[in-house]
Design a protein. Structure first.
Lengths: 776, 411
């Protein structure tokens, strides 16, 4: 098999830092298991050295079954880089917002351009990529990764080791997160952070592989008893390990300890700090001892004897020392705002969480009061967790699976096409437009058909100019032979009806619902006429289509009413990968201004009842304020319904609070979904309701009026209401859905289950059945 | 009316939450009427803010000036290549200037944004403060209306109580053991606070009064009063200003007053003061027992018989060489005699100075003299330019002493 290459700025056995050690361990362990592993790195020695100096010789080095290729680093302007870096670090963390570039005025570009880069490495990637099975890039914030990954995006896995820090908000980081083929996470917390920052578009290509921790299996007797003059087994101390820099919060911990000792002068508890980096703590503070950089063995001794390990950093993607402490049965305290460590501590039950200085101070106190067996109880729970998620064997197995290093998987069993079977199945659809749910559905069906060996095209009467590469214009059946199979998508009355009725080959119909004309007649008589024709056509079509399906049970009932025999259900596919695009930054800025955002997506139409939504929103606003209503959906300026909505907004004095976006590109819709706190539908007619499922993918609670296909689509997702009259009660419920964490988490877990039903994998089976029906 | 197919959602629990929230809302709504600040205060004048950010956006777009060569798409082929090359060289050379310029641009823009944010915050805070101030003003208005209302109520109640007490006193038949009770029902008590309030408003501040009284200290000293067993008695001692001066001078003195509230006040200050009327107190004292008797603004409250009795008793109780002086408004001053005297509703009539002198002399005092004190300040005087004679005559009667004191000694 072709080799797998790990790409990392620095590589070496004794390098400090999570990503560096991870790369060393994983590459070596994979190599030992017999895989061909290479490492592509630079000639720069380590993170702490000058990034534009080649300390090591360029070229190939063989290390114990591992091929290491070193490339020269580029010259760089360190001053400019430091300026940009200082600019970024000065931004208060609470001002960071997903999708908004904090490095304004070109400082972001400077940060990337003057970062550690290697053109030689980039050239190598470009020229030799075909020789490799896969590339694993890590960690996320260096030039080597940010500029290298896009060159081999198709073959690349990114192991970001992501932190919630200013660099994670760089658009260049978003770019590599989106473009890589897969993402390897160290912890569940890190994955949560990534989806918070980049949305559900990257969700399904991510996998938590975990990080192994070497257990030394040393007997207590083999560890040194004394470290830097401290008699470890006789002293009671809290340990803090790790690189000291501004973001690791060590200063805060020292202050908390100082306050604790001030208010408890009798306490004998000490704080020992160890780790690399400049500066020293504890010279002036009683009870604090800074040991500086200690040896591995000393570190183990410190861990095995500590009362507890405190990890105050807010930026960890994975803290190996936490796992190490747990292997020694020692409890751990982590920062409550650091997703990765906090989730591990919480899931394991192996310690405590604290956030501000007072809480850490309090923790020192309660820790000092605790008995040894209570501490051990926490430690043991932590050890169980560490065994499950931090033992190398389990971790390396996961790498092998994700990177496809195991013997080639059996191709999905394809049902061989019989001789009599169709070879060609085309689809006919009245209109084909960007972002339209039905158009997307035809693309997914076409791709499934092609993957199963069929020849398949999409024909349409009207085509959006930007979509000509996906579909062909229908010209009196040109290009459609008489014996080919046809899938006709019916929604609104179309001129295709006669053609499909007369088509002699096998054919089927997928029905996407015709809005009952009476719902729109008042607001838009023109549209009502078209809809009436759609319904008449449907009736006419019935005898010619033995195979038919509605995209919901609600729609297939409609088919039955119109004379179709035993129609099936073929739901519309909704996959989150559509959102693997950058959300429109201006929109992201505008919508993350501290206000709550209530969203509804759907064409402005009387049957979608935007007027009811505006009305109940006014009630909400009068009760709670600080909220905005976003109505995404196409309209024509002169339309009566739009004009009436505008008048309503004026009358209620909501001009600044209701946003009509019109029809928006996906990037803007992405922003709306990302910033929404509630998806609220008052619609009285939804044939299927794609936005309901999309909202579920963005973890927006869905609050919807029970009508038409809505309950069927929502399933166990969201919350339904059956009565629109009590505006106050609706408003209060909406507030609870937006602000009550307990209710929200329940809603989310229901929605997480429900949304999977509409994934292409789920639809594939149903489509297969549908096609077989055509073959009979 | 809510429905969910999610087994994790307990609708009853959810409905309870909703019910609770609605109740809170209703309470909150009442709270809001009392002036709870809304979270979000709109910034005034959104137009100029929009313009400001728009200009900043334009600046931001140009912040990277001189960093890249334009695409030069209007050239084709070799010309374009050459143009691009030329552009690149220019850009390269220009870096000497453009790099610091870009740094300058970005820092200026950044600081501009920070400043704007600061102003925005400040505006917001000002708006909040404004609102709070208006609320306080509103509350203040409300409170003073309340005080007015309470005042009226209090006066009505006082009137009712005094009528009731009067009635009760009449009905309590004088007899064994009932006198004390009848006496305790005396109405004037009720008016004491009123008189105190009146004095506070009309007699002037403590400091003013103290200053005037200081003039009498030499008289007391000359008579050797306040030392040894020559105690001083101040009749109608009021708030105790005179007693305080005497104490400060190291002289022994006591006082008396009829006003319960004032006596109380003097006790709090540690003065020896009795709540008794002057005549009965003097009558209870032995002959030749006091060094001095003083009474400021007392005799105008007494009728003729009482005044004579006061002089008589004073002569009796003073030790030989003892001094007595009585201050009273001077009716020779037109303003006082014609108007100010009557400001106090308990004054009986203005007293003619020489008559008082005559009376004291004839009831046994020696070396009786009149002292005219406290002349009006200059602004009361009429200008003397036009009619000097008339003006000076009038000024004499307008700005002469407001009070006079009749002083007498016992031989």
């Amino acid at each position: 098999m072709k080799p797998v290459a790990f790409v990392i700025p620095w590589f070496g056995e004794n390098l400090k830092g999570g990503a560096e050690q991870l790369a060393w361990q994983v590459s070596n362990r994979l190599a030992k298991k017999g895989h061909t592993i290479e490492v592509l790195t630079t000639c720069c020695a380590s993170f702490l050295d000058d990034w534009s100096t080649n300390h090591l010789p360029a070229g190939v080095e063989h290390l114990d079954g591992l091929v290491v290729r070193r490339f020269k680093v580029d010259n760089r302007n360190g001053g400019l880089f430091n300026q940009a870096n200082t600019y970024g670090l000065a931004i208060p963390p609470q001002d960071l917002r997903p999708g908004i570039n904090p490095f304004t005025f070109g400082t972001g570009e400077l940060f990337v351009a003057e970062n550690i880069n290697s053109s030689a490495l980039e050239r190598y990637l470009q020229w030799h990529k075909k020789k490799y099975h896969a590339f694993v890039f890590l960690p996320y914030l260096y030039g080597v990764v940010l500029n290298g990954l896009p060159l081999v995006a198709e073959q690349s896995w990114l192991q970001p080791c992501l932190h919630d820090e200013v660099y994670a908000y760089l658009p260049e980081v978003e770019n590599v997160m989106r473009r890589c083929r897969g993402i390897l996470y160290n912890s569940l917390g890190e994955q949560c952070l990534a989806e918070h920052l980049f949305g559900p578009g990257i969700g399904r290509k991510g996998e938590v592989v975990g990080v192994g921790v070497e257990s030394f299996d040393l007997l207590p007797g083999e560890l040194p008893k004394q470290v830097a003059g401290h008699q470890l087994d006789r002293e009671k101390y809290v340990l803090c390990l790790g690189r000291r820099d501004k973001t690791k919060n060590t200063v805060m911990l020292v202050e908390a300890f100082q306050n604790y000792r001030k208010s408890h002068p009798e306490s004998s508890l000490q704080l020992l700090i160890a780790g690399p980096g400049e500066g020293s703590f504890g010279v002036a503070v009683k009870g604090v001892h800074d040991l500086g950089l200690v040896s591995e063995l000393d570190k183990e001794a410190l861990l095995s004897n500590c009362t507890a390990l405190f990890q105050p950093s807010r930026n960890e993607s994975y803290s190996r020392v936490i796992m190490e402490a747990w292997f020694y049965n020692r409890p751990v305290a982590a920062h409550g705002e650091c997703l990765a460590t906090a989730m591990a501590v919480e899931a394991a039950g192996g310690g405590w969480l604290a956030e501000d200085r007072q809480e850490w101070e309090q923790l020192f106190h309660s820790l000092n009061e605790m008995k040894e067996d209570e501490l051990l109880e926490f430690g043991k729970r932590g050890r169980e967790y560490a065994r499950r998620y931090a033992e190398w064997d389990a971790v390396i197995d996961r790498y092998e699976t994700v990177l496809g290093l195991l013997s080639p998987q059996m191709e999905q069993e394809k049902e061989p096409l019989k001789k009599s079977d169709l070879r060609t199945i085309h689809q006919l659809v009245p209109g084909f437009a960007y972002g339209d749910a039905i158009s997307n559905q035809t693309i997914i069906i076409r791709d499934i058909l092609r993957s199963q060996g069929y020849h398949s095209e999409i024909f349409t009467e009207q085509i959006d100019p930007s979509m000509t590469h996906e579909a062909r214009l229908f010209k009196n059946g040109k290009g459609i032979k008489a014996d080919v199979g046809l899938i006709y998508h019916h929604s609104i009355g179309a001129g295709l009806t006669d053609f499909v009725i007369n088509h002699p080959g096998p054919k089927s119909l997928i029905y996407h619902n015709v809005t009952p004309p009476e719902l729109v007649r008042d607001a838009d008589p023109e549209l009502a006429k078209k809809l009436e024709k759609g319904l008449r056509d449907l009736h006419q079509l019935a005898p010619h289509f033995p195979v038919s399906a509605g995209d919901s049970r609600f729609n297939s009932l409609d088919l039955e009413k119109n004379g179709f025999s035993s129609p099936s259900v073929l739901p519309i596919c909704v996959a989150p990968e559509k959102w693997n695009i950058r959300a429109e930054p201006n929109m992201m800025t505008r919508l993350q201004d501290g206000k709550d955002n209530i969203l509804f997506v759907g064409r402005l139409a009387a049957n979608k009842c935007q007027h009811d939504l505006i009305d109940v929103f006014a009630t909400y606003l009068s009760l709670y304020g600080n909220c905005r209503l976003i109505l995404v959906g196409g309209f024509i300026e002169e339309e009566a319904y739009y004009q009436s909505l505008k008048a309503q907004v004026r009358k209620l004095g909501l001009e600044g609070d209701v946003l009509f976006t019109g029809k928006v590109p996906d990037s803007a819709l992405h922003a709306c979904y990302r910033c929404a706190h509630l998806f609220w539908s008052m619609s009285e007619h939804e044939g299927f309701g794609v936005p309901l499922i999309e909202a579920m993918w963005f973890d927006i609670p869905v609050f919807a009026y029970k009508s038409s296909a809505v309950p069927e689509t929502l399933g166990e997702g969201g919350l339904l209401f059956t009565d629109k009259k009590d505006r106050q009660e609706l408003a209060v419920t909406a507030k609870i859905l937006m602000h009550d964490p307990d209710v929200r988490s329940r809603i989310f877990s229901g929605q997480k289950r429900r949304r999977n039903v509409f994934l292409p994998e789920s639809i594939r089976l149903q489509l297969g059945k549908f096609i077989r029906g055509m073959n009979v | 009316m809510l429905e969910s197919q999610n087994p994790e959602i307990d609708l009853t629990q959810l409905l309870e939450k909703i019910g609770l929230e609605i109740k809170l809302q209703q309470k909150g709504a009442q709270g809001r009427q009392e002036g709870v600040l809304p979270e979000d205060l709109a910034i005034n004048d959104p137009y100029s803010w929009g313009q400001l950010s728009a200009t900043l956006n334009i600046a931001e777009q140009n912040v990277n000036a001189g960093a890249e060569v334009t695409t030069m798409l209007h050239y084709r082929g070799i010309v374009r290549k050459f143009a691009r090359l030329l552009g690149k060289i220019t850009i390269f050379l220009g870096r000497v200037i453009t790099i610091p310029q870009r740094n300058f641009n970005s820092s200026i823009l950044h600081s501009q944004r920070i400043t704007l944010d600061g102003i925005r915050d400040m505006n917001r805070n000002t708006a909040i403060l404004d609102r709070r101030m208006r609320q306080l003003e509103e509350q203040l208005k409300h409170k003073s209306a309340l005080i007015d209302y309470l005042k009226t109520g209090l006066v009505t109640q006082e009137r009712r109580v005094s009528i009731l007490l009067e009635e009760l006193r009449r009905q309590v038949t004088v007899g064994e053991g009932k006198e004390a009770f009848a006496a305790s029902l005396a109405v004037p008590d009720i008016l004491d606070p009123l008189y105190l309030a009146f004095e506070n408003q009309f007699r002037g501040t403590r400091e003013e009064i103290r200053e005037r009284l200081l003039e009498y200290v030499p008289l007391i000293r000359a008579a050797g009063a306040g030392t040894g067993d020559r105690e001083i008695l101040d009749i109608g001692c009021g708030r105790g200003e005179w007693l305080e001066i005497l104490r400060d001078e190291g002289l022994t003195a006591s006082g008396l007053d009829l006003n319960h509230v004032l006596v109380q006040e003097c006790h709090e200050k540690g003065f020896e003061v009795v709540e008794k009327d002057a005549l009965s107190h003097l009558r209870s004292l032995a002959d030749n027992s006091l060094g001095a008797i003083t009474a400021f603004h007392v005799i105008e409250h007494l009728d003729f018989d009482e005044r004579i009795a006061l002089f008589d008793e004073s002569v009796r109780v003073l030790k030989p060489g003892g001094v007595a002086f009585f201050e009273t408004p001077n009716p020779r001053n037109l303003l006082v005699g014609g108007c100010n005297f009557w400001a106090d509703p308990t004054h009986l009539r203005p007293l003619y100075p020489e008559t008082q002198q005559f009376l004291m002399e004839y009831r046994g005092f020696c070396k009786v003299d009149l002292l005219f004190l406290h002349p009006h300040e200059g602004e009361q005087r009429l200008p003397e330019e036009e009619a000097p004679q008339l003006a000076s005559r009038l000024n004499e009667v307008l700005s002469c002493a407001r009070d006079y004191t009749v002083v007498g000694y016992k031989v």
